[in-house]
Design a protein around this ligand. Structure first.
Ligand code: SF4
Ligand code: SF4
Length: 107
């Protein structure tokens, strides 16, 4: 995670994180199946990302202060593709009272 993301975590507590069942470790992929729930025969979801309040079960720490992804190396594709500084990033940050970022890419 970038330094900015390590003191944020807003996207991990704002979006449903759905991905292909084939990304699960039980199917030969990287994502620990114990942290996901099946949505249908093709799709699963990171546990906690459809709860209220929403928060991915893999996220540790205090949002907006110091956070970490417990499965960073094994996170699903939506997390890998998510871009810091994007409109979606800033929507998540705004929802959690954090200021918008510019277009920096600090990965
Ligand atoms: S909302 Fe943006 S800055 Fe915050 S953790 Fe996600 S990508 Fe990083
Ligand atoms: S798997 Fe990691 S990066 Fe993805 S939503 Fe959960 S805590 Fe965030």
């Amino acid at each position: 995670m970038s330094v900015v993301c390590q003191s944020c975590g807003a996207c991990c507590a704002y979006f449903r994180v759905d991905f292909s069942l084939y990304e699960l470790d039980t199917e030969g992929g990287p994502v620990p199946a114990s942290l996901a729930v099946e949505v249908n025969g093709n799709t699963c979801r990171m546990r906690g990302t459809d709860h209220v309040p929403m928060r991915c079960a893999a996220l540790s720490g205090q949002l907006g202060k110091q956070v970490g992804c417990g499965i960073y190396e094994w996170r699903p594709s939506p997390c890998r593709e998510f871009q810091q500084g994007s409109d979606a990033c800033n929507r998540a940050r705004a929802r959690h009272g954090l200021p918008a970022l510019g277009d920096e890419r600090l990965y």
